[in-house]
Design a binder for this molecule. Structure first.
Ligand SMILES: Nc1ncnc2c1ncn2[C@@H]1O[C@H](COP(=O)(O)OP(=O)(O)OP(=O)(O)O)[C@@H](O)[C@H]1O
Length: 710
């Protein structure tokens, strides 16, 4: 395929050099997209259908036009059943990251996102979806080293196509236990950024990945259930199924901070999707302002409260002044008078309509001009559109509009609300208490928008105000990860970016660590403007071994009562060590020793500690000659240890985690529940092993020794 593209001669088909350059650029992109990746095999699965599949579905180039609502399996089944071809024509289908065809153009590998690939992820013995056998291939560094077969249905019993390293899995066993290849894939040592999971997406994950574009989805899932992975694969799927629409409207992935984005940023490019924007909520609303100030928790809570939207709405609309004087327009020798009551009618009609402040302001001159025109016609004149335009642009009308409906600068408006006690009181009346208003007011009012010390929450307010003036542009699809930490006003800001599109909201209520953390998804979705979104739950845990997640889950009753514990799919005996260091003076040395011991294993090591402990540990690691990275810096084979402040651990993972002094992690937060939630996050970052070291007493739920501790 690459050679074909490289051999293209465009000299005869391009009319001019611009066309030639554009075409050549497209060809270069295509060649790049077809490059060999040493460690990325062309296929990872095989499906043996019982009946031939329709050609247009099977070639993997056909997009599922009706992908809306493909949460069932009917489409694929139907397609397969509709196209009965002779038995002899049944060919195994190979499933891979991209479509590959041979010299004749016949498909060799089917894109994992094609409808015909869906049974690779969903078919089971109970619901074989016309598949006789499913084969999963295992690779080590790009070399095919294993395969696993499942016989799902069909006339033949289990055959034994064993290769030198092939593993014929007993189908009965496969149904009940986790595939060995899945286990190996998860435990494959981590270096570098997050990887894709195309080869091993699980059925309940696939349902979310392939849910239709028109509906919004919210996923509640405990640590390591694959929310981030699912969200990213969903974007890749949607881009495949609705490429043209989304190319026009755009897609966006929102993550909690830049180090997290850096960790996930390679997943979509690895799936061939290079055009997806990735950002944080803070950057999304920055609008050219810089965050240079910080709010205390109480102030940030008020600023993030949805009632602020109404305060801002009132404040913006308060700029409209009902006219008290008549308007006089002079045209040639004649003067036309529009009385105040008629102007008032126009203004009230615009206020009553559901349009943005700015749009109404633009409409006002034409409305006034129209009234003048009617007057002219009544007087026997025959004015045309040009006259109306001229009146609308006349100095008198301009002056009136400036008076009645002045320009509102969103940042100046927020600046005034936060500085001018009377102005705030006027618009917060009945919405915010006097104490809440006091919390909003700056101790030292800013002089100008440029010099103001804006906080992150302030910029969200400015973004809301800006949307009241001019409608925010909506994208086709937005994925928001770690959503549980968003304030209502932040949900609104995200919702504005997908008013005409849809959203995928990913989060875990138990991991909410902001003072305004989400209490219920229904509430959050209402703020987002997608109250109809379906809430799905993921409960199977892939990252954290059973012992470790069971230990961490002891915190659940205190941090998120009613939430079910994650069921880990992996048993890793000995994965949890909780050790007391009796002498606090020796804790740091013990932690450094534990890091050194962990480095004896393959893969990434994360030393997670309360933010306040980070400087001491950094110094100790340096003294011990152990180089370390900061979160967001890429691990390599030579540099595998990352020192992670607890506040940045969310969403990240390491093969081995050393957790320093859990009590300090809890104490680092303003209240105990948030502290325990932060600790829950830190306890659930390990893929293969967690070593927790403490001198201070452990939180009560973790203190009693259970079967998990040693
Ligand atoms: N089906 C799967 N096959 C292989 N690996 C998987 C699968 N699902 C999830 N994983 C792996 O499990 C780990 C956790 O996934 P992910 O980070 O998406 O979870 P999460 O739910 O976002 O966790 P958190 O709540 O901690 O942010 C990742 O290494 C991911 O690649």
């Amino acid at each position: 395929m690459r050679e074909d593209v490289e051999a293209l001669d465009i000299s005869d088909v391009t009319a001019n050099w611009v066309n030639a350059a554009v075409l050549q650029a497209q060809i270069d992109d295509r060649i790049k997209a077809l490059a060999d990746l040493a460690h990325t095999p062309l296929f990872f699965g095989r499906l043996d259908y019982l009946h031939p599949v329709g050609g247009e579905l099977a070639d993997g180039t056909q997009r599922p036009a009706d992908a809306e609502g493909t949460k069932g399996t009917k489409d694929t089944e139907g397609a397969a059943a509709q196209q009965p071809l002779p038995e002899a024509a049944v060919q195994p289908l190979y499933i891979g990251r991209r479509h590959v065809h041979d010299a004749e153009g016949d498909p060799m590998v089917i894109d994992w996102r094609a409808p015909v690939s869906q049974p690779f992820y969903r078919a089971s013995k109970q619901d074989p979806q016309d598949v006789g056998m499913r084969r999963r291939f295992g690779y080590t560094g790009g070399e095919l080293t294993a395969y696993e077969d499942e016989h799902l249905s069909g006339p033949t019993g289990p055959s034994s196509p064993t290769g030198p390293t092939g593993a014929e899995t007993d189908p009965a066993v496969t149904e009940a236990t986790v595939s060995k290849l899945l286990q190996q894939e998860i435990e494959r040592p981590r270096v570098g950024p997050m990887r894709d999971i195309v080869a091993t997406i699980q059925p309940e994950q696939d349902e979310i990945v392939r849910a239709g574009l028109s509906g919004s989805v919210c996923v509640q899932g405990g640590p390591g259930t694959g929310k981030t992975a699912v969200g990213l694969h969903r974007v890749a799927y949607l881009l495949y199924a609705h490429r043209e629409r989304l190319a026009r409207t755009g897609t966006l992935v929102i993550g909690p901070n830049r180090s997290f984005l850096h960790y996930i940023e390679q997943v979509l490019p690895a799936l061939g999707e290079l055009e997806v924007q990735q950002t944080t909520v803070d950057d999304l609303v920055a609008g050219g302002h810089e965050v240079r100030g910080e709010d205390c928790a109480a102030t940030a809570v008020v600023k993030g409260d949805a009632r602020m939207a109404e305060v801002l709405r009132r404040a913006v609309r308060s700029h409209v002044t009902l006219p008290t004087e008549a308007l006089m327009v002079v045209r040639g020798s004649r003067r036309w008078r529009v009385p105040a009551y008629e102007l008032t009618e126009i203004v009230e009609e615009l206020l009553a309509r559901d349009i943005r402040y700015g749009a109404a302001r633009e409409a006002l001159p034409q409305r006034i001009a129209h009234t003048v025109l009617v007057r002219m016609e009544q007087a026997g004149e025959a004015p045309d559109d040009r006259v109306q335009d001229a009146v609308a642009r006349s100095a008198a009308v301009k002056a009136a509009v400036k008076e009645i409906w002045p320009v509102v600068d969103p940042a100046k408006l927020v600046l005034r609300l936060l500085s001018d006690e009377a102005f705030l009181a006027e618009h917060a009346e009945g919405l915010l208490t006097a104490d809440e208003q006091k919390l909003l007011l700056w101790a030292k009012p800013a002089r100008s928008v440029r010099t103001a010390k804006w906080s992150a929450a302030d910029l969200v307010l400015i973004d809301e105000a800006a949307d009241l003036v001019v409608r925010t542009h909506s994208l086709g699809h937005v994925v928001v990860d770690e959503a549980q930490d968003l304030s209502p006003m932040q949900y609104r800001a995200v919702g504005r970016r997908c008013t005409t599109g849809s959203a995928t909201v990913l989060g875990d209520l138990a991991q909410g660590t902001t003072p305004w953390a989400t209490r219920s998804w229904a509430e959050a979705l209402a703020h987002l403007g997608k109250p109809e979104a379906a809430v799905e739950e993921l409960t199977a845990g892939f990252r954290v071994p059973r012992e470790v997640i069971a230990y961490a889950s002891r915190l659940l009753p205190a941090i998120s009562p009613g939430l079910a514990a994650v069921e880990s799919v992996r048993e890793t005996p000995g994965s949890l060590v909780v050790r007391e260091v009796a002498d606090p003076a020796e804790l740091t040395a013990a932690v450094v020793a534990a890091c050194r011991a962990s480095l004896a294993h393959e893969g990434s090591i994360g030393l997670i500690a309360a933010d306040a402990r980070v400087p001491v540990l950094a110094e100790a690691l340096t003294e011990a000659g152990l180089p370390y990275l900061a979160p967001g810096e890429e691990t390599t084979a030579d540099s595998r240890l990352t020192l992670v402040p607890a506040s940045l651990a969310k969403g990240l993972e390491y093969d081995h985690v050393v957790l320093d002094e859990p009590a300090a992690v809890v104490d680092g937060e303003p209240d105990e529940r948030t502290g325990l939630r932060r600790l829950y996050v830190c306890l659930t970052r390990a893929v293969s092993g967690l070593t927790a070291l403490h001198s201070a007493p452990l939180p009560e739920a973790l203190a009693t020794t259970g079967p998990e501790t040693s």
